[in-house]
Design a protein around this ligand. Structure first.
Ligand SMILES: [Zn+2]
Length: 186
């Protein structure tokens, strides 16, 4: 039999290890904590945990959104839905102009930044204005993705992936349902 003095350090180490593991299991968050900015390693985009502040913010009640939007727009923009590939509007090029948010009319993407990705969703290499979007890490479905949201109404638009063409190398994969095309004025 080993003396107790030889066994206790082993037992103690195991106990501490189990306690630390238990603590980590309890405290490791599934989503980032509030009010934090995290640089996404894959895209280099700064992801926030809370919406940006703007003077022109559009904040409506759930009932008001349902009144304002179609069922499909509401499902995607307000409820983080995704349209079926190749089934949404705004897939084909429409000429000069820009695409605005169906929820609040904020310009989101310029037509010149649109490209054919072959994915079945409207794809852009960069936003109309970086201030008009914000990003959030989306850890649903066992993946870490970058969610794109409208900065004025905080509506869900789609995701950004690091497999786009140069120079940005980014692919903004957006639900065409939540975009309205505005032709360039003559
Ligand atoms: Zn919006």
């Amino acid at each position: 039999m080993k003396p107790m003095s030889a066994i206790w350090p082993v037992v103690g180490t195991l106990a501490i290890g189990a306690a630390v593991a238990g603590l980590m299991a309890r405290t490791t968050p599934t989503n980032p904590p509030m009010n934090e900015t995290i640089k996404d390693a894959a895209t280099g985009l700064m992801c926030q945990t809370t919406p940006p502040e703007r003077e022109d913010k559009v904040i409506l009640t759930d009932a008001e959104w349902k009144e304002k939007l179609t069922d499909e727009q509401y499902r995607i923009l307000r409820n983080h839905g995704t349209e079926a590939a190749f089934c949404g509007p705004n897939l084909e090029p429409k000429g000069e102009g820009h695409y605005e948010c169906v929820g609040c009319k904020l310009p989101l993407f310029g037509a010149t930044k649109k490209f054919e990705s072959g994915t079945g969703w409207p794809s852009y290499t960069e936003p109309y204005d970086q201030k008009n979007l914000w990003y959030r890490q989306d850890r649903s479905y066992g993946m870490t993705r970058v969610e794109v949201l409208c900065a004025r109404c905080d509506g869900h638009l789609g995701h950004v992936f690091p497999d786009g063409p140069p120079p940005s190398g980014l692919r903004y994969c957006i639900n065409g349902t939540v975009l309205n095309f505005i032709p360039k004025a003559d």
